[in-house]
Write a protein that binds this ligand. Structure first.
Ligand code: UDP
Length: 366
């Protein structure tokens, strides 16, 4: 008999869900976290009384009722609805692409007029779109592609739109209605009091060691538990034996400003190529903050190198094939890889929770 039923490496949402379910089922867990705090990338730091999304903005949205009920059983959510605005050289456009965007772009007012323009502009694309550029033009036409997609996407991914997979842009809705809600999901909001409340609930009563790098003493930690669940990067776990998976990372420049309301909305995307950052987040607007000061973060997107935080997996063919090699190796071993990094997937939070819930159902029946 080993000391713990589960060794959980990392303390983000995936690990949190397993820890919560396992604890409820009377199992013992040890959580190992390399940072000096738990919560993974949803962790918030309080600055001037404002919850600052330290590792990038997180907006919870889902259509999965089981997931929504689960998170609501732990924390209440506010009515935040994401309605970011794009700033293209000083011109402001509503996102996602909808009638407000089309009206501003072309001075038109009806869906029929917008459709007519888009149909004309996308005529150049025939057949199945081969890359992000073709996919974008066939969804919204040339003008919107040039002003609102091309620059932003190339900054975010550091690659030409012709070299990016089309599915990235399919995340974004296109609507012929005056609806600025970024997401199509049924449920949406930000935990009241911030994400740390949710995280603390998930890990309540669980033994946690922070400032511990599991990989530095892998054998020791593995010997302590019946089952290891690893939520870090799968290639790092295997010491990059088949090569490195690519990630994009974000550098945040966070400033406290001596004004109450800097940009009037939580998210402004800078969609031109020249502005070096991709977007500015004004954190207080996620929670309708009325503090005297405000905190903003400029996001600069760059390629990941060892020692940086890997944020976005680059799910192109090359990386996907490499990931499959690691996943195949993992199949023969008594270890579970989960979450955005463990599964090398561009997951939203609800999908991570869903994936962890499904994993728990399997573990529970073992
Ligand atoms: N995108 C864009 N212009 C925008 C916002 C998004 O072209 O103003 C594209 C870009 O390619 C991005 C993708 O849509 O990578 C998905 O955006 P999303 O907001 O889902 O990215 P995330 O929130 O995960 O950073």
């Amino acid at each position: 008999m080993k000391k713990y039923d589960y060794i959980l490496v990392g303390s983000g949402l995936y690990s949190g869900v397993i820890a919560y379910m396992a604890t409820k089922a009377g199992k013992t867990c040890l959580v190992l976290e390399k940072r000096n705090h738990i919560g993974g990338n949803v962790y918030c730091e309080s600055i001037e009384g404002i919850n600052v999304h330290k590792y990038g903005a997180h907006i919870f949205h889902t259509s999965n009722k089981e997931v929504w009920n689960f998170v609501n059983s732990l924390v209440e959510f506010n009515r935040y609805t994401n309605s970011p605005v794009a700033n293209y050289k000083g011109e402001m456009y509503n996102l996602p692409f909808n009638m407000n965007t089309f009206s501003k772009m072309w001075g038109i007012s009806t869906p029929a007029e917008a459709k007519e323009i888009i149909d004309r502009q996308k005529a150049s694309i025939t057949g199945e779109p081969k890359n992000l550029e073709e996919q974008a033009i066939s969804l919204v036409g040339q003008d919107i592609y040039e002003k609102l997609i091309k620059g932003y996407t190339e900054k975010q991914w550091g690659r030409d739109c012709k070299e990016l997979p089309s599915f990235i842009i399919k995340r974004l809705p296109v609507r012929y209605t005056y609806d600025n809600n970024y997401f199509n999901d049924l449920y949406q909001g930000i935990p009241i009091g911030g994400y740390n409340v949710l995280i603390d609930k998930l890990f309540e009563g669980v033994e946690i060691k922070t400032n511990v790098d599991f990989l530095e003493d892998k054998e020791h930690w593995m010997s302590l538990g019946e089952q290891v669940i690893y939520t870090g990067a799968i290639d790092a776990y295997y010491d990059y034996c088949y090569g490195k998976l690519e990630y994009r990372t974000v550098r945040f420049e966070t400033e406290v400003l001596d004004e109450q309301n800097h940009q009037g909305v939580a998210v402004v995307n800078y969609t031109d190529r020249e502005t070096p950052y991709t977007r500015i987040i004004e954190h207080k607007h996620f929670e309708y903050g009325t503090q005297e000061k405000t905190v903003i973060s400029k996001e600069y997107s760059t390629d990941w190198e060892e020692g940086m935080e890997p944020y976005y997996p680059v799910n192109d063919e090359k990386n996907q094939a490499l990931y499959e090699k690691y996943a195949t190796k993992a199949k023969d071993e008594n270890i579970i890889f989960g979450g955005r990094l463990g599964e090398y997937k561009y997951y939203d939070m609800d999908k991570v929770i869903e994936s962890a819930m499904n994993m728990w159902k399997q573990l529970e029946n073992k």
